[in-house]
Design a protein around this ligand. Structure first.
Ligand SMILES: NC(=O)c1ccc[n+]([C@@H]2O[C@H](COP(=O)([O-])OP(=O)(O)OC[C@H]3O[C@@H](n4cnc5c(N)ncnc54)[C@H](OP(=O)(O)O)[C@@H]3O)[C@@H](O)[C@H]2O)c1
Length: 286
C-alpha cells in the first residue's frame, strides 16, 4: 500500500507532517453548504486518509458552516492512538449566506468567536495552524491579525497563516505576527502566485496550494496532463500532484475528495518521480 511518506515531511513546532495533506471542502453539501450528502462515507474517507499516512488536515469553520469540523471531531476525537499526531489547519474570517456564497468578515470580535467555535467543533484545546481565510479590506490588518496574535499568546493558536495574499501583505503581516504558512490558489494551470510561492520558499513558509487539481479539471480524462500521465501509467490527478510536490520543498498540496479510490490514488501520487524534462514540459503547458 502506498502511503504519503514518499513525499517527505514538513515541521511546524513540535509536529511533523507528511507533505501531502487532505482538504475537507468536498465533505459538506453542494456549494460547501449544509450537511454531508453521506456522512458515513465522509467519516470513512477521513479515517482512511489517516490509514494512508495523511496527518495534515485542512478545514474551515465556513465549510458547512461547521460540517467539516464536526465530521473531523466525530472521526478523530479524542485524538488518541492513530489520531494523536494529526495536524489541523483551520480558518476564520468568512461568513456564509448560502451555497457558494462567501463574504469576508474581519471584525476582531467575530474572529475571536470563530476561533472559539473552531476549538469547540474540532474538539481540541489549541489550533495547530489558524489561517485568516481572507483579509477583510474594511478592517485594518493590525486589528484582524492583532486579535489572532492575542489568541496565539493565550495559547489557543499555535501557528498563524494567511490565505490568498500577495507579498506586500505578507510583509505587512510580519510586523504584527509571524506567518508560518500561506494558502493560495495554485495549480499546474493557474500559477499567478508564482512570486508568492518563491517568497514562501525563501522564507521557509509552508505553501498550501488550494485547488491543486483545479477543482477536478486537471483530474478528468480530458485533462491537459493525460498524455504525460499515460507515460507514467498514472492518472492525470496524480501527475498534477507529483508536479506540485516537485515544484517546491515547501509545497503541501491538500487535494479534496469524497471518494475513497480517488483518495488512495492521490496518496499514491507521492511515489511518482517526474523527470526534469517532463516537469518542464508540464510547466510549459500553462
Ligand atoms: N483558502 C481558500 O480560500 C481555499 C479555497 C478553496 C479550497 N481550499 C482548500 O483546498 C482544498 C482543495 O480544494 P478542492 O477540494 O476544492 O479542489 P481540488 O482539490 O482542486 O479538486 C477537488 C475535485 O477533484 C476531484 N478529485 C479529487 N481527486 C481526484 C482523483 N484522483 N481523480 C479524479 N478526480 C479527483 C474531486 O471529486 P471527488 O470527490 O469525486 O474525488 C473534486 O471534485 C479544499 O478541500 C480546501 O481545504 C481553500
Amino acid at each position: 500500500m502506498t502511503t504519503t511518506t514518499a513525499a517527505g515531511t514538513l515541521t511546524l513546532g513540535d509536529k511533523t507532517f507528511n507533505r501531502l495533506g487532505y482538504g475537507t471542502m468536498q465533505l459538506p453539501g453542494s456549494g460547501v453548504w449544509g450537511p454531508s450528502a453521506d456522512p458515513e462515507n465522509a467519516r470513512r474517507v477521513l479515517a482512511k486518509a489517516v490509514d494512508l499516512g495523511i496527518n495534515f488536515f485542512d478545514t474551515a469553520d465556513a465549510y458547512g458552516p461547521f460540517t467539516s469540523n464536526l465530521l473531523m471531531r466525530d472521526t478523530f476525537a479524542p485524538y488518541q492512538g492513530n489520531y494523536k499526531n494529526i495536524f489541523i489547519s483551520t480558518k476564520v474570517g468568512q461568513t456564509r449566506q448560502g451555497p457558494n456564497l462567501w463574504t469576508p468578515d474581519g471584525r476582531p470580535d467575530y474572529l475571536r468567536q470563530q476561533v472559539e467555535l473552531n476549538l469547540r467543533t474540532l474538539g481540541v484545546d489549541s489550533i495547530d495552524l489558524l489561517f485568516l481565510h481572507r483579509i477583510d479590506p474594511k478592517i485594518p490588518l493590525e486589528d484582524q491579525l492583532g486579535e489572532l496574535k492575542k489568541m496565539q499568546d493565550e495559547g489557543k493558536i499555535k501557528h498563524l497563516g494567511l490565505s490568498q495574499v500577495k507579498i506586500p501583505e505578507l510583509q505587512a503581516a510580519e510586523k504584527i505576527a509571524h506567518t508560518d504558512a500561506v494558502q493560495n490558489l495554485y495549480n499546474v494551470t493557474d500559477r499567478s502566485d508564482e512570486d508568492v510561492l518563491d517568497y514562501a520558499e525563501q522564507h521557509k513558509i509552508v505553501f498550501v496550494p488550494w485547488f491543486p487539481l483545479a477543482t477536478g479539471k486537471l483530474a478528468n480524462e480530458g485533462s491537459v496532463l493525460k498524455k504525460i500521465a499515460d507515460k507514467y501509467q498514472a492518472s492525470p490527478a496524480q501527475i498534477a500532484l507529483a508536479w506540485l510536490l516537485k515544484r517546491s520543498p515547501m509545497m503541501l498540496p491538500i487535494p479534496g475528495t469524497a471518494n475513497l479510490d480517488h483518495l488512495a490514488q492521490n496518496v499514491a501520487a507521492t511515489a511518482i518521480k517526474l523527470s526534469d524534462n517532463d516537469f518542464q514540459a508540464i510547466a510549459n503547458l500553462k
